[in-house]
Write a protein that binds this ligand. Sequence first.
Ligand SMILES: [Fe+2]
Length: 480
Amino acid sequence: MKEYLFVFGRDPELSFLELRQFLDGRKIHYIVKEVKDEIAVVALENLEGDLANTLGGTVRIGEIIGRDKEALRNFPFILSDKMRLSICVYKNSSLYLDVKTFFKTQFKKERLRYLFSKNTAPSKLKKDYLEILLFKDYIAKTTSLFNPSLYKERDKRRFQVFQVPIANYGFFWGNKEYRLDPTRVGSWEKAVAISDLHFRFEDKVALGATLGFIEEYQPDVIFVNGDVPDFPDISRFSNSPLDLLTDEDVADLSSLVLESKQQGKIKKYLKPRLQRDFERIYEFFKELRRICPKARIVWIFGNHDHRMQGYVDEDAKQLAGVRRPGDKDEVLALAELTKVREFGVEIVYSGKNESSTTYGDLLVGHFYKVSAKSSFTAAGLVRQKHSSLVQPHVHRMGAYYKTLLDGTVLVGVEMGCLCRLDPEYMQYPNWQHGFVVIHKKKNSGRFYLQPIHIVDGAFLFAGKRYGRPSNHKDETDTKT
Ligand SMILES: [Fe+2]
């Protein structure tokens, strides 16, 4: 086996993985001796061909001569007249002066002229060169150097060589990133996406477990990905009674009363259900802001969030779009009526159309497509939008993956829901509770998704249990 020094260019961590993939794929036996930033020292057999121009991310490959200046004397250098000699020094190798003096003496001895330079770009070394690479106490002679004019070709080939970049890059377990090379963990932003609460039909246990997790996890971004209220009273599908009091309502009758001052007289009304929905939404975002004071909170509207605007546009056209004089925001807009901007909530709303936003290379939106089976909706959407995405709306968990010809992996995740699983209008719905944890690399589009399935009000994240405790009374009670 011989030892080689690999010098990587752009994105060294990816280039290192590319090299391993290349060697693994060709069943070349190798041992990684050392990896530090853009340098890898690898012992291997059968290194043939112009590898620096085959591997997309490798700039130089050098055969290691030895680990002290004595090794230079035993190496059969072939020197010629007017040769270019360059010494590249990595990580402050202390051998620089010794090596320089050695070659000066050698050229002098053989009466040859030479051009000397330090840390020279490959483009300047193209013809008749001798390049020595120094890294710590390693001394290497360059055997393969990339040709900068081929960089486009190299990039194309890079994906052919490195066929599964995301899968091989590493993975997350909970909040911990695992890499082939553990010294190269990235810097990531963390986000949580929740959806489909459908107030007043939320599942208090699933929602409580999720909020408890969010408070502990302190994500940088919280995506509330649509359908916060249900708004059955203004549904095209609904024939629900206009006002049905729940036990909760009756327990606090004063909260049901709305006072209005008209013509100098106080008039009392039973609060319309919509009003109570607005207040519930306000309380929810207030709570979210309280538990995560620093997070970006992004509310992406779903079809149910749109219902109110849709109702105004269809049934109260004359009031559509009205603003208080001088104001920017419409009065009869959901964000306005629920006052959520008080808590710094960012709104993503495209009217009748599906609303979505991007988070790195991931599309976060509330899409209206529905297929009956788990992951089928995500598959259809990934194919339709040619993008990775998370999809709420179907109230189901599911994941779909597709590797494209260039090696890019697209993923679509159906993210479950946080509403009750026993709707009045459907028997045995194929629904599951869940949400998604997203890691997004800083200053990059790269992301990693961890769908979390909530089972009986509890779930595991990196092996830790959240939500309903395992010895919960209800569970044991039902068994006895
Ligand atoms: Fe929806």
